[in-house]
Design a protein around this ligand. Structure first.
Ligand SMILES: Nc1ncnc2c1ncn2[C@@H]1O[C@H](COP(=O)(O)OP(=O)(O)OP(=O)(O)O)[C@@H](O)[C@H]1O
Length: 339
């Protein structure tokens, strides 16, 4: 388990203090697969690098498996670092070394006897689907393959924690998805704790059960990923997430946003029932289905007209559907696309 207790980090920039992290309190339980999401400069990398002691806090403390990092001797810190694998956006591979040699470096660091290295490296390369590239150099590999080497190098020391720093940000969407699928398999197989920092919400939606949002050095939200999208309107810092859901201007009156999990609308014929029973007119403005892990989350924008409009909406809510009025929403004007 990893715990942050009142952790702050102050950098000195041109002799002025700069608060990169402010009063972070977090617990990351063993076996979690957790996404830390925020815009560039939010403090994600600083936070991640504190977990393995690469950056020390200015205030507060970090506990790994109930032991405060700052209280560890140098030898103990080295040992603790070996329980943590790290994967980077830019792969951090030695260009003049082969795939085999790049991974061997990690084994040398923990003094694995030479006689044991070959079998371990072959096994981990098979695991990440890269056996055929064992003697290739990084420049002979695609981005996805380089990241597989990065993952293999992180896994070879049997870490308990996997720290992922924007690891899919340099990859095209299809390759990124393949890498995330691989991480999921690794997570299931080894029950690793995975901390995945990113500014890509799509990666979090695909991989992470839980999400932490960061803004300007603070944690502003934590929930399951599904809950984040069920209640996006309640999340103060979600303006740059909203285009995922709201990508059309809503110019009509009496438009409501319906949010529901799974296929409940079709299975229970809810809309047909509502239209018949309450004699309302319904126009579909926009519809979208998001995949959160294996769960389907539906967003439906409906114009609902008629004198029984309010009863119809109450009925939808009784069926477990979240209904938000889009009245007075100036959607596109409010969206901050920069991230
Ligand atoms: N060594 C440093 N010295 C001074 N300022 C720093 C240092 N490292 C980071 N910062 C500043 O701290 C803030 C947080 O940086 P950090 O890299 O943790 O953010 P991030 O969310 O990971 O951003 P990105 O997604 O762009 O990597 C930024 O404003 C950055 O400029």
């Amino acid at each position: 388990m990893i715990e942050f207790k009142n952790v702050s980090k102050i950098y000195n920039i041109n002799k002025s203090p700069f608060h990169a992290l402010t009063d972070i309190n977090l617990t990351i339980p063993d076996g979690a697969i957790i996404g830390i999401l925020g815009k560039s400069g939010a403090g994600k990398s600083t936070l991640l690098r504190m977990v393995n002691g690469l950056i020390t806090p200015s205030q507060g403390e970090i506990l790994v498996d109930s032991r405060a990092l700052h209280s560890l001797s140098e030898r103990e810190q080295r040992f603790m670092r070996h329980t943590m694998g790290m994967v980077f956006q830019n792969f951090n591979l030695f260009q003049t070394k082969t795939v085999y040699q790049n991974i061997e470096i990690a084994l040398k660091a923990i003094a694995t006897p030479k006689s044991e290295r070959k079998a371990k490296i072959e096994a981990v390369l098979e695991q990440v689907g890269l056996s055929s590239k064992i003697h290739s150099y990084p420049q002979q590999l695609s981005g996805g393959e380089k990241q597989r080497v990065g993952i293999a190098r992180a896994l070879i020391t049997n870490p308990k924690y996997l720290l992922c720093d924007e690891m899919t940000s340099a990859l095209d969407p299809k390759t990124a998805k393949e890498i995330l699928d691989l991480l999921q398999i690794i997570h299931q197989q080894y029950r690793l704790t995975i901390i995945f920092i990113t500014h890509q919400i799509e990666a979090v939606m695909h991989l992470c059960q839980e999400v932490i949002l960061m803004e300007q050095g603070r944690v502003t939200h934590r929930s399951t990923t599904l809950d984040l999208f069920l209640h996006l309107d309640n999340v103060a810092t979600s303006t740059y997430l909203k285009p995922i859901v709201y990508d059309v201007p809503i110019e009509h009156d009496h438009v409501y946003q319906l949010i529901y999990v799974g296929a409940i609308l079709q299975e229970k014929s809810i809309l047909s029932h509502m239209i018949r029973h309450f004699s309302v007119d319904v126009n579909i403005i926009h519809a979208k289905i998001l995949l959160i892990g294996k769960e389907r989350l539906g967003y439906l924008y409906l114009q609902i007209l008629g004198k029984n409009q309010n009863q119809a909406i109450s009925y939808l809510r009784e069926q477990g559907i979240i209904v938000n009025s889009m009245e007075n929403t100036r959607l596109l004007e409010n969206i901050d696309y920069a991230n």
